[in-house]
Design a binder for this molecule. Structure first.
Ligand code: ATP
Ligand code: MG
Length: 339
């Protein structure tokens, strides 16, 4: 581990999906969904991950948990015994063990809960599967988890359809917390919810973080939510991490032209609007056939010749401020006001 207080360190992570064609399913190319991404998450912090649809956020999140197999790179994770382990080296049994420590909260509370299972069995499943609890003990622990996330423990025997969207997301959170993890990947965890419910779930996640000393990788394409919840933020563009900085720094003085463009397109929240969408001029590069040099150069207002020819390195240009742009030191980019 290079960062002594990190819970997670990802180095040079790649996830390529083969593109297959024809009867023989020959591989004719690769979708570079995550392409050489490095970053770390500190103990107890929320690392926000933002970027346009298809830039690789979910692929990165799932690869860290090995819900999908990364193609390359290293994932160092500090488990509950405070041992730094290389997640990519774990066999199936070791993976099952480590999944008690790292969990995923999904986007859609409607499709991720089995409609034929009671809340007791949904939340309790990780406890049952890991042989941690059964019978009355299981009921007590699931009841405690329901208390923790603001659900009524009397509703243990109900089915998911009896709950509202926000309550279902609470069920998903309780389930993720069942094995007492220390790190959660929240992938668009509030994106499907109404704005008022979003705020409640965000508050819940923040208070749980305090109580349980959790670390979050919080994935969202909603800049408002990212700004509100994150200690530090990473910006992805076509499989690459292009900028990482403390939240206020990133929003007030971005160093990457893509971040500047994202911020300028940040929509003003309209009450009752379900999702805030990022709308940027120009087309997102195709991760199966990216442009030469810096992937952002065809859309970049400041591109020079070097940007067409050479991919920029991801470098720390100020303490804690990482950016992949040839021009980063010369540009004076526009941020947004930080409350
Ligand atoms: N199983 C898969 N097979 C092939 N390509 C995939 C697969 N999963 C994702 N991709 C591709 O990888 C790229 C990244 O997808 P990913 O879902 O990680 O993006 P995202 O940033 O999470 O987008 P969104 O904001 O829409 O959730 C996309 O080009 C996508 O089409
Ligand atoms: Mg996604």
């Amino acid at each position: 581990m290079q960062h002594h207080n990190a819970v997670l360190e990802v180095q040079a992570m790649k996830k390529y999906f083969p593109i297959k064609k024809g009867f023989l399913k020959r591989t004719i190319g690769q979708v570079k969904a995550v392409d050489d991404v490095s970053f770390f998450i500190e103990q107890g912090e929320t690392f926000g991950l933002v970027g346009e649809s298809g830039c690789g956020k979910s692929t990165l999140g799932k690869s860290i948990l090995r819900a999908i197999e990364p193609s390359d790179g290293s994932i160092t994770f500090v488990n509950r015994k405070e041992e730094a382990v290389e997640v990519r080296d774990l066999d199936n049994k070791q993976l099952r063990d480590i999944r008690r420590d790292m969990q995923l909260i999904f986007q859609d509370p409607y499709s991720s809960l089995n409609p034929r299972m009671t809340v007791l069995n949904i939340i309790g499943e990780p406890l049952i599967c890991n042989g941690i609890a059964k019978g009355e003990e299981l009921k007590r622990r699931v009841g405690d988890l329901m208390d923790l996330v603001g659900l009524n423990r009397k509703h243990l025997e109900r089915y998911p359809h009896a709950f509202s969207g926000g309550q279902r997301q609470r069920i998903g959170i309780a389930r993720a917390l069942a094995t007492d993890p220390k790190f959660l990947v929240c992938d668009e965890a509030v994106s499907a919810l109404d704005v008022s419910i979003q705020a409640q779930i965000i508050n819940l996640l923040q208070s749980l973080q305090q109580k349980l000393n959790l670390s979050y990788l919080f994935i969202s394409h909603d800049l408002g939510v990212i700004q509100h919840i994150s200690d530090r933020v990473g910006v992805m563009y076509v499989g690459k991490m292009v900028e990482v900085a403390a939240t206020d720094k990133l929003f007030s003085s971005p160093k990457h032209p893509y971040t500047e463009a994202l911020l300028s397109a940040k929509p003003v929240p309209i009450p009752k609007q379900k999702r805030e969408r990022i709308i940027l001029k120009g087309e997102v590069a195709n991760p199966a056939n990216p442009p030469s040099g810096c992937y952002f150069h065809p859309r970049c207002l400041y591109a020079q010749d070097i940007c067409k020819q050479q991919a920029p390195d991801f470098k720390e240009i100020e303490a804690g401020h990482f950016v992949a742009c040839h021009m980063a030191k010369d540009l004076d980019l526009k941020g947004v006001k930080v409350q």
